[in-house]
Design a protein around this ligand. Structure first.
Ligand SMILES: [Zn+2]
Length: 548
């Protein structure tokens, strides 16, 4: 009898512990029984991020986490979302963004409305140098999305030695290493480079390898906008892989593409280089946006040597007729080598001095301003706009077959390369409004290039695995409740190159850390948290540390 009683009490204890852990025990509060779940999602088809075929289950959310998968009664939840006819997926993780200014637009509406719940910024060599301060600002200025950052080589180099075109002195190298180390200890998830930009373009491979070694010590990744995405793309991939192998850290090749017309169709070769490195045991992954146009600054068309020391120095050089001639000749040669006949592939996204240029090509603008549009006049027009402060550009330089081939590759993730957008007079690349949904609508449903489950995997568990977000990117008990609900029969992008400021259709609900941030409009909730890498000095090694 005594023994039996003991057995029962142990069994009862175990049951209580298990049910409490799974979050299904009603908690008494003030005499009333509080529901076991804050939020319940019923009747949806779950695409869980693993790549597995969809399945059906209810999802119970408690305290920002997925507390239970299984049959759950609406009576056990404070709020129920009926996802009948809809897909429920993990919130999308966009590993390639430029949102250094996110605190000005904390709703990050363009990202939320394409299903993105986590952003990685600090890409292409530009980041906040003070990572602690950057992530810490979230306390005073809460965000709708989760945020992680890389520590960027270009920003660190500028801090240590300005924008000079030379190798660093030993002291400057030490300074850069110290800044990267501090960034990693403050929670950066890795090191980024932008090797076509000033000052990143002046760094030799060994400089980057030294800094990558610092990031490696803290479990970071090396994310790179490579030295070339055009005629020297193969060399650039080899350099990225070499840095990963010598420094001993994973490599993420950003916005993987071929932007030289002469090399269109060569993605079997470029993807092959990545596969070979993986076969040797190096963790290499890539990301891409789902468009045949890229977007970056106008000045990226001009020779690196011209831009050393900044615009003031460049203006002096351009005033020298011999140097100006050299610039024009180099740009002519570069254009010829890339296979484009002129700069009609280059469209202005935003030009401060004259908004009427926005949405027009360099060829069109040259004709309008100069009456002629031969290549030399187009180059003179580019130089004039650069000297007037530069412009944001959209470059129609890729091939659709290459985009699709990259998308099919298992190690490719989907990332926008976008900033936080607001409706204004600019004509930016539409990827900031449509990237993820374009994949779901155009490439999955219309073209059937990849399956829905694989597309979701590329937006969720693969980015989480690669950047070390151990409790995100999957619909799993215990994971953070970041979820995106959409209708797979209607989901699609509306943003075009002509009219980019348009939100997608087909998304019905976006949840961040258990809170609904979008449901027939933005709710105003700001549940985003900072996601810090392994080096975060207060965190336990080997885990991502989430905190507000
Ligand atoms: Zn980039």
């Amino acid at each position: 009898m005594h023994l039996l009683l003991r057995f029962f009490s142990i069994a009862l204890f175990v049951t209580v512990v298990i049910t409490a852990w799974s979050g299904s025990t009603p908690h008494a509060s003030g005499g009333r029984v509080a529901p076991a779940f804050d939020l319940l999602i019923t009747n949806g088809r779950i695409v869980d991020g693993s790549g597995n075929p969809w399945f059906r289950t209810d999802i119970g959310i408690k305290d920002g986490r997925i507390a239970r998968l299984g049959r759950i009664s609406p009576a056990d939840a404070t709020k129920t979302i009926d996802a009948r006819g809809q897909i429920v997926a993990p919130g999308f993780i966009d590993v390639h963004t430029h949102v250094e200014s996110i605190y000005n637009l904390p709703a990050a509406e363009n990202f939320i409305r394409m299903g993105v719940t986590t952003l990685v910024t600090g890409n292409c060599g530009t980041s906040a140098v003070d990572v602690a301060r950057f992530l810490g600002r979230m306390k005073e200025k809460p965000l709708a999305v989760n945020l992680a950052t890389l520590i960027a080589h270009g920003s660190v180099r500028r801090e240590a030695m300005g924008s000079d075109d030379r190798a660093p002195t030993p002291d400057e190298m030490k300074k850069m290493e110290a800044l990267v180390e501090q960034g990693m200890r403050d929670g950066a998830v890795g090191l980024s480079t932008g090797l076509i930009y000033v000052p990143g373009t002046y760094a030799k491979t060994d400089e980057i390898t030294s800094l990558a070694r610092v990031a490696a010590r803290y479990g970071g990744i090396y994310a790179t906008h490579m030295r070339s995405e055009g005629e020297r793309v193969a060399d650039a991939i080899r350099e990225s892989i070499q840095i990963g192998e010598q420094a001993g850290l994973p490599v993420e090749i950003s916005h993987f593409k071929i932007s030289s017309k002469k090399l269109w169709g060569q993605t079997p070769m470029t993807l092959g280089l990545v596969r070979e490195a993986r076969a040797r045991g190096l963790m290499v992954t890539v990301d891409q946006y789902a468009y045949t146009a890229s977007s970056t600054s106008l000045e990226s068309r001009l020779p690196g040597w011209l831009r050393a020391g900044g615009l003031v120095e460049a203006r002096k050089r351009l005033a020298d007729p011999a140097m100006r001639e050299r610039v024009i000749n180099e740009m002519k040669d570069g254009l010829k080598r890339s296979g484009f006949k002129d700069f009609s592939y280059a469209m202005v996204a935003s030009y401060g001095p004259d908004h009427s240029f926005n949405g027009k090509s360099i060829a069109e603008i040259t004709k309008q301003v100069r009456g002629k549009k031969d290549v030399k006049n187009q180059i003179e027009q580019i130089i004039a706009m650069y000297e007037a402060g530069g412009a944001g550009m959209v470059y129609h330089g890729m091939n659709e077959d290459d985009v699709q081939r990259i998308m099919r590759e298992p190690f490719t993730m989907i990332a926008s390369d976008s900033g936080v957008r607001q409706q204004d007079e600019s004509v930016p690349h539409p990827r900031g409004y449509g990237n993820n949904v374009r994949v779901l609508g155009h490439y999955v449903r219309e073209l059937q290039i990849i399956s829905l489950e694989d597309a979701i995997r590329k937006m969720t568990s693969l980015p989480a695995q690669t950047f070390g977000f151990r409790d995100r990117g999957m619909v799993r008990e215990g994971f953070a409740a970041d979820l995106t609900i959409f209708d797979d029969k209607t989901v699609g992008d509306r943003a075009t190159f002509e009219k980019p400021h348009q939100y997608p259709v087909g998304l019905t609900c976006v949840i961040v850390n258990g809170e609904v941030v979008f449901e027939d409009g933005m709710t105003g909730a700001r549940p985003g948290v900072a996601l810090r890498g392994q080096g975060y000095s207060l965190g336990s090694a080997g885990n991502n540390v989430s905190s507000n």
